[in-house]
Design a protein around this ligand. Structure first.
Ligand code: PLP
Length: 389
């Protein structure tokens, strides 16, 4: 039976049952698989047969996890990785050659930015950056060597929204691969392939797991591109472990219900913060005050669970606020059941020069909240007492 509804796909796209007829899928913690005879082994290695050989290549648990994400994103194929960064790195490493050029949004995940600035130049791969509020500037950056157009939306931690449809048009016009890191939205909220993305990357560590337990990454998209990424990965070894795939595949079964509540809570927290006298401004995609509200409504089903807000009083106020929180966690993760607060200027983005920080919207008083699944009254109560401290 084929299912088109997201929730049903997430739950009923399961691997085949074993002879034990288990209801919940088992874990296949095995590094390798056996062959019936020499001919079976030959046919499996030559890919005439679709058979698991070695868990660095494929494993039933990782295949199940990948298949779910492929269905959720409306992709053709996918591959799973040990971490989100392994997925990001392997995608570029598999598809680019020395001399190639990337055009990327400046506001990308910190380690992705480090790949572009510190590591890719070692292999003669260069990157040019566009600002979130200047998509018209993208075309000026494209050269004959440009191969990939790369972006995230919503951005971290500025919560800017990039028009995916526009990025899709630019990529098509200039024959570039559009690669979108869709981690903040999840496939439940936004499907970049619909807007022209060729590949979609997720850190499964965040909302996909949603409970702060395991690391993981996944890339889905066009079959031929995934084939290149798969071959690169099966030889270099960044693959997802079967255990993590089992955990993540279970997590996806509840992604829709978790996201509904995450976003409902986040919207209430955003409205509360917007009215608070100690807060200068709030960035949340589904607040009318968000500069790209119309684009957010066009491409996102819900507003997500991440809020950025600016405290009156700058750096000192930001640190005081974090110290005054009684329930919310101070942690580098996001997309957990537990509400998490961070102060990017003194932590994740402290290595950027001040002018660079300001370009991507990280002011000294900026706080990022990953709204969790506690009762929203308790989240608001904790934020309020910390704001009044
Ligand atoms: C966390 C994150 C990553 C990296 O994922 P890891 O699983 O931590 O390696 C990449 N992109 C975005 C947007 C992220 O939030």
């Amino acid at each position: 039976m084929e299912f088109n509804n997201f929730e049903t796909q997430a739950i009923r796209n399961q691997m085949e049952r074993s002879q034990y007829e288990e209801h919940s899928v088992p874990m296949y913690l095995t590094s390798s698989f056996v062959f019936d005879d020499a001919e079976d082994m030959r046919a499996s290695f030559s890919e005439e047969k679709e058979k698991n050989i070695y868990s660095r290549f494929t494993n039933p648990n990782t295949t199940e996890f990948i298949n779910k994400v492929v269905a959720m994103e409306g992709a053709e194929d996918g591959y799973a990785f040990a971490t989100g960064m392994a997925a990001v790195f392997s995608t570029f490493a598999a598809l680019l050659n020395s001399g190639d050029h990337i055009v990327s949004a400046r506001a990308v995940f910190g380690s992705t930015h480090t790949l572009f600035t510190k590591y890719f130049p070692k292999w003669n791969i260069s990157t040019s950056y566009f600002e979130s509020d200047d998509l018209e500037g993208i075309e000026k950056l494209i050269t004959p060597a440009t191969k990939i157009l790369y972006a995230e939306s919503p951005t971290n931690p500025g919560i800017d929204i990039l028009d995916l449809e526009y990025l899709g048009e630019i990529a098509k016009k200039h024959n570039l691969l559009l690669v979108i890191d869709n981690c903040f939205a999840t496939p439940y909220i936004q499907n970049p392939i619909k807007f022209g993305a060729h590949l979609v990357i997720h850190s499964a560590t965040k909302l996909m797991d949603g409970q702060g337990r395991v690391l993981g990454g996944v890339v889905v998209g066009e079959k031929e591109l995934i084939r290149e990424i798969y071959l690169f990965s099966r030889n270099t070894g960044p693959s997802m472990s079967p255990f993590n795939a089992w955990v993540l595949s279970k997590s996806l079964e509840t992604l829709a219900v978790r996201l509904d509540r995450h976003c409902e809570n986040a919207e209430k927290v955003a409205v509360f913060l917007e009215k608070h006298p100690k807060v200068n401004r709030v960035k949340y995609p589904f607040l009318l005050s968000h500069p790209q509200y119309e684009i957010a409504k066009k491409q996102m089903k819900l507003g997500g669970n991440i809020i950025a807000f600016e405290l009156k009083g700058g750096l000192a106020a930001g640190r005081r606020f974090l110290d005054a929180l009684k329930m919310c966690s101070l942690s580098a993760n996001l997309g957990d059941t537990r509400t998490i607060a961070t102060h990017p200027a003194s932590t994740t983005h402290s290595k950027l020069a001040e002018n660079e920080r300001l370009i991507v919207g990280i002011t000294d008083g900026l706080i990022r909240i990953s709204v969790g699944l506690e009762h929203v009254e308790d989240i608001i109560k904790d934020l309020n007492q910390a704001l009044l401290e």
